[in-house]
Design a protein around this ligand. Structure first.
Ligand code: F6P
Length: 341
């Protein structure tokens, strides 16, 4: 079987380990042959591929980014669509596609599967917001990077007796904020799933300051303050029509400063959270998911994705991943909030 692999959407530490896992397992156990599509769905829409022989994946599991490139191209945008893609697959003799991506990518994969294309999904996102998998690879690394950055903000905050705000990614979920905030001992964590008043934030910041601490607030980019109805977005929509988030920390900083009288600084961590080498946990998870994707192709499990359940890698329908976001349960937030202030 000749299989094309693509990495689509925001990049994420562990993508190369998935590619390596799939290629090595596919070649060794099933005699598959592999090619890669350049820049996600764009490579499939334009029919642009590169060969992926065994030696091309040598040593790449520790590399960040993706050797295939990625983009936020929507395969259904003008110039694309199932018939264009089918034409390229037939011309190139490709039997199946392994699509590694987040919610937008997997939704597109599901739509293409419904038109009869042979697609298998591998869930990817630093946001950890995909239902049907316990963890997505990239999340562990993003949390580690964010935690280290927040630890650094704490020391400069302490030197200047300032309140420091760290904004982390996560889109409409607060997983990165919750985990990095908890790991760094934040005095407040603000996430999209929980409405928290500015009075409450002020109280947490003031309490920490009264104890001689430099207050540390971790806010998820998707947090919705009480004065707003939706998450802050000032950079338009992405190719899938979703608002680009980011910048809420810059709005909160002057308000916290005005309410508490404490000099306050905001830092938006941004894409630093997605760069660099994957953690050991993410390398192992990615490699296992890639290997399972190659097995799923051999079993002709089209329309499914591979996922982590407990410590097992399982197969599940792509539709299961798309039904709803995996949000932070209230109990997880309440558990962390006991230590705020
Ligand atoms: O989905 C991953 C993610 O990093 C989100 O946390 C963030 O909102 C978004 O992608 C940023 O996208 P871009 O790289 O297109 O700016």
């Amino acid at each position: 079987m000749k299989i094309g692999i693509l990495t689509s959407g925001g990049d994420c530490p562990g993508l190369n380990a998935v590619i390596r896992g799939a290629v090595l397992k596919g070649i060794k156990s099933h005699g598959h042959e592999f090619v890669g599509f350049r820049d996600g769905w764009r490579g499939l829409v334009d029919g642009e591929v590169l060969d992926l022989p065994r030696h091309s994946v040598r040593g790449i599991s520790k590399q960040g980014g993706t050797i295939l490139g990625t983009s936020r191209t929507n395969p259904f945008s003008p110039g694309g669509g199932p018939e264009v893609i089918r034409g390229h697959l037939e011309r190139l003799g490709i039997d199946a596609v392994i699509a590694i991506g987040g919610e937008g990518t997997l939704a597109a994969a599901q739509r293409l599967t419904e038109t009869g294309l042979n697609i298998i999904g591998v869930p990817k996102t630093v946001d950890n917001d995909l239902d049907a998998t316990d963890y997505t690879f990239g999340f562990d690394t993003a949390v580690q990077i964010a935690t280290e950055a927040i630890d650094r903000l704490r020391t400069t905050g302490e030197s200047h007796h300032r309140c420091m705000i760290a904004e982390v990614m996560g889109r409409n979920t607060g997983w990165i904020a919750l985990h990095a905030g908890m790991a760094a001992g934040a005095h407040a964590i603000l996430i999209p799933e929980q409405q928290v008043s500015m009075d409450q934030v002020t109280e947490w910041v003031t309490d920490a300051h009264k104890r001689g601490r430099a207050p540390l607030v971790v806010v998820a980019e998707g947090f919705v303050p009480e004065s707003a109805e939706t998450a802050h977005s000032h950079r338009g929509l992405d190719a899938f029509g979703r608002p680009r988030l980011g910048g809420i920390a810059d709005l909160l900083a002057p308000e916290i400063e005005a309410r508490t009288g404490l000099e306050t600084r905001a830092t938006v961590l941004g894409h630093i959270q997605r760069g660099g080498v994957p953690s050991a946990f993410d390398r192992v998870l990615s490699t296992r998911l890639g290997m399972a994707a190659a097995d799923t192709a051999a079993a002709r499990g089209w329309g499914t994705m591979v996922a982590l359940r407990g410590t097992d890698i399982v197969r599940t329908g792509l539709v299961d991943a798309l039904g709803k976001l995996k949000t932070v349960p209230a109990g997880r937030y309440e558990e962390a909030a006991v230590l705020f202030g």
